[in-house]
Ligand binder design. Structure first.
Ligand code: IYR
Length: 222
């Protein structure tokens, strides 16, 4: 089977518009911060759906789209996630993380207690499909470049969350496999990232970090 090929409709921006839009997007993204203190203010399901649809436009190996986004607002499920995540984090902070790792984290003042997992109105758990359970219109059961694909989709998810004026935390209680059980996912899906989504708590503070400059992160060969 071969796809029918259709004309690509490029976005019709002038050079000036491109420059302006690139600057504006940078300004918007530069405002994104990882948030660890959430408000319990509700977020409409329709917004979460649009955010997930945006993530689902990410490129993927052979267009297999090897992802499932589980969006949790159910209080009981969030409680189960919190309890299981904290159990892992107690072990991590209690010794599973190396001395160097704990030192690198010290300045962020994180710890094993994760109330935001119950307070944030939504938790999106990104699962990667290492393979598919059956052949579909997208092809056989093999998936390709799964880590790259899921990373791209998750980045786009974060962009969509921020663009909607919402906040997120890329949370990695490790290991994440308790999520397979809590969310009853099939064996071909592996938890990738747990992302609380919502609004910041009133008076929410963030560490005053520095972002590397363009000279520190880019090399141009002109
Ligand atoms: N997963 C732990 C520890 C942690 C690790 C890294 I690397 C961070 O950037 C932040 C936290 C936690 O979420 O607390």
């Amino acid at each position: 089977m071969s796809y029918k090929f259709i004309k690509y409709e490029a976005l019709p921006f002038s050079r000036k518009e491109s420059l302006k839009r690139s600057e504006e997007l940078y300004q918007l993204w530069n405002k994104r911060r990882t948030i660890r203190h959430f408000s319990d203010k509700n977020v409409e399901k329709a917004v979460i759906e649009n955010i997930i649809k945006t993530a689902g436009t990410a490129p993927s190996g052979a267009n297999k789209q090897p992802w499932t986004f589980c969006a949790v607002s159910n209080a009981e499920v969030k409680k189960k996630i919190r309890e299981a995540a904290e159990q892992e984090e107690i072990k991590n902070y209690g010794g599973r993380m190396s001395e160097e790792w704990r030192k690198d984290l010290e300045k962020f003042k994180t710890n094993a207690v994760k109330p935001f997992l119950e307070i944030a109105p939504w938790i999106i758990v990104v699962f990667k499909k290492s393979y598919d359970l059956e052949e579909t219109e997208f092809g056989g059961t093999k998936n390709y470049y799964v880590n790259e694909s899921i990373g791209l989709a998750t980045g786009m998810l974060l962009a969509a969350i921020h663009n909607a004026g919402l906040c997120s935390l890329t949370h990695t209680p490790s290991p994440l496999n308790f999520l397979t059980k809590v969310l009853n996912r099939p064996k071909n899906e592996k938890p990738f990232l747990l992302i609380p989504v919502g609004y910041p708590a009133q008076d929410c503070e963030v560490p005053q970090i520095r972002r590397k400059t363009i000279d520190e992160i880019a090399v141009f060969y002109e």
